[in-house]
Design a protein around this ligand. Structure first.
Ligand SMILES: [Zn+2]
Length: 199
């Protein structure tokens, strides 16, 4: 699904400052408040905008940032990545195409690193890991390069597959729902209406 030019202008504005009011975004993007509001709600529903958080610098608080490159047993990468992501110290985790898991952990004090690394090494399926303690943060700008022609990957609300090409949009109770095909749409709507009638 394509983002339209207004979506892109809104995302740029919000990535710069998540506390902007709809009125201020409307002024910057030359759109009305209700239009901005509808677009923001849609971007939230699509999972493009994940949330609005304070951008707190852990290093400024004297915390320690540890970068990890983890090797998992054959066929275990996904499971190990999920287990790592569940550790409360982990700030971000990715799986790489090379089959490694790269993660960043934030620890309140550097003295806790040994204990944390033991916990990591003891996770089932972890074969080896490298760790690097950050000494200085050179750039921290967790934002997307929102550009014209950006695509949103949307999963079908019925079958869960990523929708290729144009999705079918169906409004139910003022919320948009996205489907890969008419069959999925019909199945979902049938169940939705049945559940609604039962309540
Ligand atoms: Zn589907």
């Amino acid at each position: 699904m394509d983002l339209d030019p207004l979506d892109i202008r809104i995302l740029k504005a919000l990535q710069g400052d998540a506390r902007l009011s709809f009125r201020e975004i409307g002024r910057q993007t030359r759109a009305s408040v209700p239009t901005v509001s509808a677009h923001v709600r849609r971007l939230e529903a699509l999972g493009v905008v994940r949330g609005y958080r304070a951008d707190v610098d852990p290093l400024q608080l004297g915390e320690t940032s540890v970068f990890l490159v983890v090797e998992a047993a054959l066929g275990q990468t996904q499971r190990v990545a999920s287990a790592i992501a569940r550790l409360p110290e982990i700030r971000r985790t990715v799986e790489t195409r090379q089959g490694r898991i790269v993660a960043e952990a934030i620890l309140p004090r550097e003295s806790q690193a040994a204990r944390f690394l033991r916990k990591l090494g003891n996770l089932r399926g972890v074969i080896a890991y490298e760790h690097h303690v950050a000494s200085r943060r050179v750039k921290e700008e967790p934002r997307a390069h929102v550009a014209h022609g950006a695509q949103v990957l949307v999963d079908c609300y019925e079958c869960g597959k990523t929708i290729e090409g144009a999705s079918i949009i169906r409004r139910l109770d003022r919320r948009e729902h996205y489907f890969c095909c008419r069959t999925c749409e019909a199945k979902f709507v049938e169940r939705y209406q049945r559940l609604k009638a039962a309540t």
